[in-house]
Design a protein around this ligand. Structure first.
Ligand SMILES: [Zn+2]
Length: 105
């Protein structure tokens, strides 16, 4: 019976050690995975910022009233005033309105 008890104890320790190794691997993998994900996320964030450090300004599209990031907007200088549009469609709509206004007098 002593022999069997030893085998059982041995198997128990093998199980414990294998679990421990698996747990350690899981923890290390999680830590490494998290750190790489974090660096990817920060890289994405810095790539998304076109002008890091400078304050980003929101400008209002006079056609649809939407607020757009100044760096992403479509600028149009008109009578010395700088207008910002969310899209080319809005800019064209504004230009069309101006033309219409001009045509109507
Ligand atoms: Zn717009």
């Amino acid at each position: 019976m002593d022999f069997i008890a030893r085998i059982i104890r041995f198997l128990f320790w093998v199980l414990v050690i294998s679990w421990g190794v698996r747990l350690l691997r899981w923890i290390v993998g999680r830590l490494l995975g998290n750190s790489t994900a974090a660096t990817e996320r920060t890289a994405d964030a810095s790539a998304g910022l076109e002008t890091p450090g400078s304050s980003r300004r929101l400008v209002r599209d006079p056609v649809c009233g939407m607020h757009v990031d100044e760096t992403l907007s479509i600028p149009l200088r008109e009578d010395g005033e700088l207008l910002h549009f969310c899209s080319l469609a809005c800019r064209d709509a504004h230009l069309g309105n101006v033309k219409k206004f001009a045509a109507n007098g």
